[in-house]
Design a protein around this ligand. Sequence first.
Ligand code: ADP
Ligand SMILES: N[C@@H](CCOP(=O)(O)O)C(=O)O
Length: 291
Amino acid sequence: MLTVRAPATSANLGSGFDVFGAALERPADVVRLTKSDRTTIEVTGAGSQFIPEDPEKNTVGAVAEALDAPAHIRIDKGVRPASGLGSSAASAAAAAVGLNALYDRGYTREELVPIAAKGEAVVSGDAHDDNVAPSIMGGFTIATDSGVTQIDADIPLVACLPDIVVSTRDARRVVPEHARVEQLIETVGNAATLTTGMHRDDPSLVGRGMHDTVVTPARAKLIDGYETVREAALDAGATGVTISGAGPTVIAACEDRHQKAIASAMLDAFGERGVDARAYQTRIGRGAQLF
Ligand SMILES: Nc1ncnc2c1ncn2[C@@H]1O[C@H](COP(=O)(O)OP(=O)(O)O)[C@@H](O)[C@H]1O
Ligand SMILES: N[C@@H](CCOP(=O)(O)O)C(=O)O
């Protein structure tokens, strides 16, 4: 039997829609794998009642199929589904890393990214790599059709998850089909600023580079209280705030000394709207670990 811990991730980071992703130090899924004649799945933990155990409907089933590696897969969810924290991707990443080792398939971590993304296609209708890449490789990742670029960054973050459900599939439907050339120019500038900030471990550049006027405003409407929570986090010292993945988690970049105050400001702001939430004081962390 093999055990894998695969982290939650925050995709997009504002200016990097479907491209940027960051592994979070916590929360994480823990997945146990045992070789078997056919794939069977058991799910416990956060939101497990909403996660199918049918291999055709669970992200790990598609990964086992792609690797031709049937197994009994026990998933202990640390990452609630439909959170914007790469919940479905964390399980897929864990299955890819674990089954590759269990069956000695010999793929590199980068080669496992498109394999794990097949699991994402099962739930979101699209094989986007921006969650599975950081969950497998750790750090900050830039996932494009030509491959994944990875940077080991260290940036403090607050990920505030409200008691609202936003499915990635639904949130992809509100993404605008067109953007103006001015928005393209602004996005390139912000994405380059954010990437430089990751390279320098500079929360101020990362926060500034999170700004996005294309996808985020359309999705903010799906998150009750988004603007209030964003302003509260900025007032408490956040260097930048945006939607994590497809939402509803709101993510803030910051310096260590402001992290606690930002977490409570975000919780209070959701609370004032009558929305329960939990805040993870976290940071960019490592990729899936095998035990
Ligand atoms: N192993 C899994 N972990 C989490 N969700 C899963 C898994 N397999 C299938 N799902 C389904 O995926 C959907 C959640 O995925 P998604 O909306 O992408 O959430 P998140 O934003 O947290 O990644 C839910 O409908 C859930 O039932
Ligand atoms: N790029 C995707 C990322 C979805 O992330 P999730 O954590 O919400 O699954 C998107 O924005 O649709």
